[in-house]
Design a binder for this molecule. Structure first.
Ligand SMILES: [Zn+2]
Length: 138
């Protein structure tokens, strides 16, 4: 088990009406909150409101964005069906995400260049309906 995961900040997308225990603002349903010591904080009070959300799905981008962000938080949402929290993505610093995107982009360009000859489809044989008809024997 990695200790790194436990150090990660966690942001929960609430599934019920929530309010912030610090500024007492009503956050409504689906609020993004940080739970700490049994209390809930809004992103502003948790000092996370400057972060941008990166949905999961792109493993390379996520890994890089986390690497380039001094601050990152895992976003979790309660799944009623599965009765557990499911990872939605990552909150990262905008600059970190921009850097990660630039790196992934240059990677993708390098990949495209390398695979270009393979990406060209083989020449299509045009199908002549007349020649097909000839093969039908009566
Ligand atoms: Zn607050």
């Amino acid at each position: 088990m990695s200790t790194e995961d436990n150090r990660d900040l966690k942001v929960i997308i609430s599934h019920r009406d929530s309010s912030c225990d610090e500024c007492h603002e009503a956050l409504g349903r689906q609020a993004w909150i940080v739970l700490e010591g049994g209390r809930a904080f809004c992103l502003a009070c948790a000092d996370l409101d400057h972060l941008v959300f990166l949905p999961s799905g792109d493993a390379a981008l996520t890994r890089r964005a986390r690497k380039h962000s001094a601050l990152a938080a895992v976003v979790l949402k309660w799944s009623r069906a599965r009765k557990r929290y499911e990872r939605q993505g990552l909150l990262v610093e905008e600059a970190g995400l921009a850097r990660a995107e630039a790196e992934c982009l240059s990677d993708a360009e390098a990949r495209t260049r390398r695979s270009l000859p393979l990406a060209v489809p083989p020449l299509c044989q045009p199908v002549d309906p007349a020649s097909q008809g000839e093969s039908v024997s009566r």
